[in-house]
Unconditional design. Structure first.
Length: 104
């Protein structure tokens, strides 16, 4: 169950970050509301995860998985620049997540 809540926390964190992009500095009402709703759900899920998992592992996976997903979404959906350095860096983040998960 902890992994389900962690996955939900990551998904809502990513949705909150995407909403920030569309909120345009909190000038757009609906995306601005979504920022708070999605981050609230994300943090609530993380709180539940922390009851069953070490904070260093849970937060490390939550933050790094969200970062990697947002970087990929930025490239694919927002036409952000892509470089070999960016691809290697995202790959290293993913390897770090796997390392935390495998060696926990």
């Amino acid at each position: 169950m902890k992994w389900l809540f962690l996955a939900l926390g990551i998904i809502f964190e990513v949705l909150g970050t995407i909403s920030m992009k569309y909120a345009e500095g909190f000038t757009k009402l609906i995306p601005s509301i979504f920022v708070f709703v999605f981050y609230g759900i994300s943090l609530a899920a993380l709180v539940f995860v922390l009851e069953k998992m070490e904070v260093s592992i849970a937060y490390g996976i939550w933050a790094s998985a969200g970062t990697a997903l947002i970087a990929i979404i930025g490239i694919v959906f927002f036409q952000e620049s892509v470089s070999i350095t960016k691809i290697i860096s995202i790959s290293l983040i993913i390897l770090g997540i796997l390392g935390l998960e495998i060696f926990d």
